[in-house]
Design a protein around this ligand. Structure first.
Ligand SMILES: Nc1ncnc2c1ncn2[C@@H]1O[C@H](COP(=O)(O)OP(=O)(O)OP(=O)(O)O)[C@@H](O)[C@H]1O
Ligand SMILES: [Mg+2]
Length: 499
């Protein structure tokens, strides 16, 4: 990046987060820094005292550190901005789909005319009778062949469009179809929203970067920058509703406000975040944020609790902690646990060239109707059994093949105690109850229950209700994976190798 590009990016970042452009002296300091000048030289050239330049510079580094969520100073300023530029998150031009007549972003970002609070209240389609739809969906996969899920789509539409659900999680194990379902949901309800934005958290972006990037979309879509109040807490609710002050717990969770909330309150937005589990830690129980990512929890909580007409949809293989704590039938915070497809999954098998329809239900049951697992296993049946489902089922219905590497992904995220418990459940022939902690696990009762709850939040254990008693088991594919991959020193059964 040349000096001009770095300065422009710094100006954009500051503008998006504060509503103000860099002033002349701030720009001179940044330019001097990029050219390796000392503060004394910058002070001489700008006819100020060195002390004054140092004060302005120090405030500027603090501001940029807050915007980027990591320390920015004189020596790392260029590197930090180059990192932002390199992250896909900043590179949005290709993402931009604007159905409307004006691209306001050039005005908003790069002119010195900063929108003031009165323009905040102006409709987006000022001077244009056509409603404007702003979609930023470059990270949304293209919709493909899609079977069933009618009832899930009906439920989701009911929650979002008629029950004002503000925070919604679509949960389920890898490959079950969370992303595909959300893609179809977006297609069906996009006209109900002012803005639709899809972002993936697969690269674990810090919230500050993601937030800045999303705000950039609003800016590109012509939304004036709402001015946050002094402490950065959203200043207005839709229809002028007062916004509750954050609880002390929320206040303590991080410093600084969340400017994104201003936009979610001001416009009706559908914001989808995919792969949300990637901001969680590995090696710990489900729902623990990675160090430095706790702000996501604050965002989710505030989106769920504050007054607005937007909806944040989280797609995740782990239940976010805030969803677990706050969801409820009469709450604006909900979750949909996605199960496998039913007989319709036979279409996936037909599409892969399998023909023995009478055997489809057995295969679908073994792989729990998981569309990705069925695609993988159908390919394997073609490759190894010349498409003969009968031969495959009689040989070894639980051959994992390529599924094994797919499953490493969720299993590598488990804590040691979760792995132990998975080994124990897999070794049992019957579903287990939680009445007694198995001795070989060396877990207290409370730890044991926490672990089971965590495995449930990862969709890794199946719950079975028998009368008023609850039992847990593993679905066949997961059982086979655990037996094949985990050593179980305290458990007598031998792992069964697929080879
Ligand atoms: N209802 C469906 N009908 C047909 N194919 C489907 C359906 N749902 C999902 N698929 C296919 O199954 C595969 C996995 O789906 P998807 O990527 O949506 O799963 P996911 O739950 O988001 O997985 P991950 O946890 O890896 O993100 C994709 O190829 C998708 O096209
Ligand atoms: Mg997905």
């Amino acid at each position: 990046m040349d000096v001009q590009e770095v300065l422009k990016l710094a100006d954009d970042l500051v503008f998006i987060n504060t509503g103000k452009h860099l002033d002349n002296l701030q720009e001179v300091i940044l330019r001097g820094t990029l050219q390796g000048q000392k503060y004394s030289k910058i002070a001489d050239e700008s006819h100020c005292s060195e002390g004054h330049i140092k004060d302005i510079a120090s405030a500027l580094w603090k501001l940029l550190s807050e915007v980027l969520g990591e320390e920015v100073n004189k020596s790392n300023f260029r590197v930090r901005l180059e990192q932002v530029q390199l992250s896909n998150l900043w590179n949005f031009n290709k993402d931009f789909v604007h159905i409307g007549n004006v691209n306001f972003c050039e005005n908003n970002l790069h002119s010195s005319k900063v929108p003031n609070s009165s323009t905040d209240e102006e409709p987006l389609n000022k001077g244009n009778t056509e409603p404007q739809l702003r979609q930023f969906l470059a990270e949304m996969p293209k919709s493909g062949i899609f079977y069933d899920r009618t009832s899930e789509l009906t439920t989701l539409k009911q929650w979002i469009l008629h029950e004002n659900t503000r925070l919604l999680a679509i949960l389920g194990i890898v490959g079950i179809g969370k992303t595909a379902l959300a893609v179809h949901l977006v297609e069906q309800i996009k006209h109900e929203f002012d803005f639709i934005i899809w972002r993936s958290l697969a690269t674990s972006p810090p919230l500050s970067i993601l937030q800045t990037n999303i705000i950039q979309f609003f800016c590109r879509g012509g939304a004036p920058v709402p001015a946050p109040n002094a402490d950065g807490v959203p200043a207005f609710g839709r229809g002028g509703a007062p916004v509750p002050a954050p609880s002390p717990e929320e206040e303590g969770a991080t410093t600084g406000g969340l400017p994104l909330l201003n936009y979610l309150q001001k416009y009706r937005c559908l914001l989808i975040l995919d792969d949300v589990q990637m901001v969680n830690s590995t090696g710990q129980l489900a729902g623990n944020y990675q160090p430095g990512y706790e702000d996501y929890g604050r965002l989710f909580r505030q989106v769920g609790e504050l007054s607005h007409n937007s909806c944040l949809v989280l797609l995740s293989s782990e239940t976010p902690r805030e969803i677990a704590a706050l969801e409820g039938k009469n709450q604006p915070i909900r979750s949909l646990q996605l199960n496998g497809l039913g007989a319709e999954a036979g279409e996936i098998l037909r599409e892969k060239g399998l023909t023995e329809d009478a055997k489809f239900s057995e295969l679908i049951e073994q792989y729990r109707g998981n569309p990705l697992w069925l695609k993988i296993v159908a390919t394997m049946i073609q490759d190894l059994f010349n498409g003969s489902l009968s031969e495959f089922l009689s040989d070894d219905p639980l051959f994992l093949g390529d599924l094994e590497s797919l499953l490493h992904q969720p299993f590598n995220r488990l804590s040691e105690s979760e792995k132990q418990v998975m080994s124990w459940v897999a070794s049992e022939t019957a579903p287990v109850s939680l009445s007694k902690v198995p001795e070989n696990l060396q877990l207290s009762r409370s730890q044991f229950l926490q672990v089971m709850q965590s495995l449930g939040r990862r969709s890794l254990v199946e719950k079975i209700q028998e009368g008023d008693r609850t039992f847990f088991t593993l679905e066949p594919v997961l059982k086979e994976y655990v037996k094949t991959n985990y050593s179980r020193p305290n458990i007598e059964k031998e792992a069964r190798s697929p080879f």
